[in-house]
Write a protein that binds this ligand. Structure first.
Ligand code: ZN
Length: 306
C-alpha cells in the first residue's frame, strides 16, 4: 500500500536572508544545506536548512523577498511548525539558549513555543516517535539536545471538514488524537487544523508558503493520480532537481506539495560542503553572473567554526 513518508519539507518566506540564516543556522543550530535561488523567480534566494545530511523530514526552506513586511497566518495557512526533541532536558536547554539570544519563549504542556524574528511560530516537544532523529552538528548544541526533525504542522481552517475526504481517502492520512498522522515505512508526521483568527491572513515574512509531504520515487506518479481522483487539481510533475514535485491546494486552501525522497541535496554538492556556495539548477547556470550580481551575499554563522 502507498503511504506518504511524513513531512518532506516546509517552505516559508523571509524578508531578510542574513537575519534568517543567523536565526536558523546560528541560534537553532540547523545546517544550511542548500543556498540557491527560487526556481520560479531566480532574483531571490531560496535557503534550505536541515539536519547534517540534508534529510527530508527536517528540511525547512525559505524564499527571500528582500524587505518583505512580516505577514500573518490566517485561514488556509500553516501557522505553527512542531519539532521533535528527545528529552525534557532539551526543552530546558532551548528555553535558556533562546533567552540568551533575545528570543522569548513560552512553556506549554510538554513543550516550548517561540517565534522566529519575523513571527513564524515554532513549538518544540518531547517526542515518543521512534523515527531516527535528524540532527545537525552545531558546536554549541549537544546532539542529544538538538532539534531532531519535524513532528508536525498546524494550519488554520474555517471548515476543515471539506478536506477530510482528500486527506483520508486520497492521501492516506490516518485520524489521530488531534488531527492526522501521516506515516510511511521510514517516518511519520502530524497534521492538524485550528480555528482561524477573525482577521484574514496575509502572506509575508514569517509565513508558510507550502508544506510538502514525502513520497518514494516509485509512488510519485501514483500520488498524482490519487490527488486527481480525490478532487484536487495537481500541477504536472515538476523537476526541482533535488526532488520531483507536484503541488495542489487542499480544500481549506493550504498549498500542499508531494515531493520525492531523492535524488537529494548531494546530487550536485558533496555532503561535506552542502550549502557553502550558491548552487544553481543546471538550467540557470548560464545566467549565473547576472543572478549572483543581484543577490546580497550572506554569511553563514557556522562557516567560521567549521
Ligand atoms: Zn516545496
Amino acid at each position: 500500500m502507498m503511504r506518504l513518508e511524513g513531512i518532506h519539507h516546509i517552505t516559508a518566506i523571509t524578508g531578510n536572508a542574513q537575519r534568517n540564516v543567523d536565526f536558523y543556522a546560528g541560534v537553532l543550530g540547523l545546517r544550511l544545506v542548500k543556498k540557491t535561488v527560487n526556481q520560479d523567480d531566480p532574483t531571490v534566494y531560496h535557503l534550505f536548512y536541515a539536519d547534517e545530511a540534508g534529510s527530508p523530514g527536517a528540511d525547512l526552506t525559505f524564499f527571500e523577498y528582500p524587505g518583505a513586511a512580516p505577514g500573518v497566518a490566517g485561514a488556509g495557512m500553516v501557522h505553527r511548525i512542531a519539532w521533535r526533541v528527545s528529552s525534557p532536558e532539551a526543552i530546558d536547554f532551548w528555553e535558556r539558549r533562546l533567552l540568551r539570544h533575545g528570543v522569548s519563549s513560552e512553556r506549554v504542556e510538554g513543550g516550548l513555543r517561540f517565534a522566529d524574528p519575523e513571527g513564524l511560530a515554532h513549538e518544540l516537544g518531547v517526542s515518543s516517535a521512534e523515527d531516527s532523529p535528524l540532527i545537525a552538528d552545531h558546536p554549541d548544541v549537544p546532539a542529544d539536545l538538538a532539534l531532531a526533525g519535524f513532528d508536525g504542522a498546524r494550519a488554520y481552517a474555517g471548515t476543515p471538514e471539506a478536506g477530510y475526504g482528500l486527506l483520508e481517502e486520497a492521501l492516506g492520512f490516518v485520524p489521530s488524537d488531534d488531527g492526522w498522522e501521516v506515516r510511511g515505512d521510514q517516518r511519520g508526521g502530524l497534521w492538524s487544523y485550528d480555528t482561524p483568527p477573525e482577521r484574514p491572513g496575509r502572506a509575508g515574512g514569517g509565513t508558510v508558503h507550502h508544506i510538502a509531504w514525502a513520497s518514494t520515487m516509485d509512488d510519485h506518479e501514483g500520488w498524482r493520480r490519487r490527488v486527481v481522483k480525490g478532487g484536487a487539481r495537481p500541477t504536472e510533475v515538476i523537476d526541482r532537481f533535488w526532488f520531483y514535485s507536484i503541488y495542489f491546494r487542499e480544500p481549506s486552501g493550504v498549498l500542499f506539495e508531494i515531493a520525492t525522497l531523492g535524488p537529494g541535496f548531494t546530487a550536485d554538492e558533496p555532503l561535506e560542503h552542502l550549502g557553502e556556495k550558491l548552487v544553481l539548477p543546471p538550467r540557470f547556470e548560464a545566467e549565473r553572473e547576472q543572478i549572483e550580481a543581484r543577490l546580497t551575499p550572506i554569511e553563514n554563522p557556522r562557516t567560521a567554526v567549521r
